[in-house]
Design a protein around this ligand. Structure first.
Ligand code: THG
Length: 368
């Protein structure tokens, strides 16, 4: 199939789309109604390059839902099961958003960017609408907007050297999941030591289109000898690293406890959020299924929808993401599997795609 995506204003471009195209983006996916580059030189080439060098990613699709006003603390806590009561104004919090049944609606990073203002850096669902609905229903004094913020991620082992060249020595003091404001062309950008890879790096929250483009060009120019390239989140790298992808590995039929996100679920009696009672009940009873890693005896695999997993004719779960892993020289999968069928490190024969496949279950993240 050689079809392409028909672009329109509804399928939003980003301030960097023109550059991304000049640098030869091969394919896009759609995320938060916006273009997200999906490959530049093919998955394996992009993967190898990311693990050795540095890439600049247009991750404008990581939209910020801004919650501001006197009730901002209350509303932000109400929609997430993570305890934000002591949230610091220089730290990023991975914080699942859940509904009244404790099901995951999104898995953003949340940051308190000013005393009365939060940024919810969302995955691919319309959290602005959810937050507005709750604010209206509860008559809260908040303003909920999507500011013109378009993150650029600088990822890869050489990201530190590249960022040092552009922002100065001081950027190297920024610790993992901390954020701070740094100057470029007399403009202050909020920069976090974060990003959706485990190769090290930063995310720059670009809130000025024109200076943002100059910044993009400067990163490419200063990184020439570091072999910098425009890039994008990489399926293989993120599966090997155990980074979960909302909409792929989990959706609104799953709870954080079923997705091994227990450490981001608060049962502190002083914390109030939607879905807490349902999650407390599930915790007390124990989950009946959970996400687990699969190491598959296959040369290649591609998952574009949940694939049923059967054992002796019984449906025992679904395979949700998978790829061939150069690191493991096998295929790795992330699957939701009934607890009663989970057996670690044993070779099992599973029926996947109608074929009997030898698989080993293993804890996430994958260990070599
Ligand atoms: N950065 C920003 N916004 C985002 C993403 C991001 N929005 C969409 C999506 N990614 C949200 N999901 C994740 C999932 C995992 C992580 C970040 C965002 C992540 N996890 C670390 C890990 O699993 O090791 C750390 C988690 C922790 O210990 O707190 O980085 O990437 N701005």
């Amino acid at each position: 199939m050689n079809s392409t995506i028909a672009k329109s204003a509804r399928l939003r471009s980003t301030p960097f789309t023109q550059r991304i195209e000049e640098y030869g983006v091969q394919s896009y996916t759609v995320y938060n109604h916006m273009l997200l580059p999906a490959s530049f030189h093919g998955a394996i080439d992009d993967y190898n390059h990311l693990k050795e060098n540095v890439q600049v990613w247009d991750v404008s699709v990581e939209r910020q839902v801004q919650i501001k006003g006197p009730d901002a603390d209350y509303l932000t806590q109400l929609i997430t099961c993570r305890d934000l009561s002591n949230a610091k104004d220089h730290l990023c919090y991975y914080a699942p958003i859940v509904d009244d049944q404790g099901k995951i609606l999104n898995d953003p990073l949340i940051m308190k960017v000013h005393p009365d203002t939060w940024w919810v850096s969302i995955a691919d669902t319309d959290i602005l609408l959810y937050a507005k609905g709750i604010a209206i229903g509860k008559n809260l004094d908040v303003e909920i907007t999507e500011p013109n913020v378009n993150p650029l991620a600088v990822q890869g082992p050489k990201s530190f050297e590249l960022m040092r060249r552009v922002f100065g020595e001081e950027i190297l003091n920024l610790k993992f999941f901390h954020f701070k404001r740094y100057n470029f062309q007399d403009h202050q950008f909020l920069i976090a030591r974060s990003g959706w890879s485990k190769q090290g790096g930063f995310e720059i929250y670009v809130d000025h289109d024109e200076i943002g483009l100059q910044l993009f060009d400067k990163l490419i120019e200063k990184g020439k000898d570091l072999k910098v390239r425009p890039g994008c989140p990489n399926l293989i790298e993120r599966i090997e690293s155990g980074l979960l992808s909302y909409g792929n590995d989990m959706d609104m039929n799953d709870t954080p406890l079923e997705c091994n996100l227990d450490s981001f679920v608060s049962f502190n009696p002083d914390i109030e959020y939607l879905g807490k009672a349902a999650l407390q009940k599930q915790k007390d009873q124990g989950v009946s299924r959970s996400l687990i890693g699969l190491v598959l005896d296959l040369d290649e695999i591609s998952v574009t929808q949940y694939i049923p997993i059967k054992k002796d004719g019984h449906l025992i779960g679904s395979l949700r993401s998978a790829c061939y892993s150069p690191e493991f020289n096998k295929c790795l999968g992330i699957a939701m599997v009934d607890k009663s069928y989970q057996s670690l490190e044993q070779n099992l024969s599973l029926e996947i795609n109608g074929n009997e496949i030898s698989a080993k279950m293993t804890n996430l993240p994958f260990q070599k």
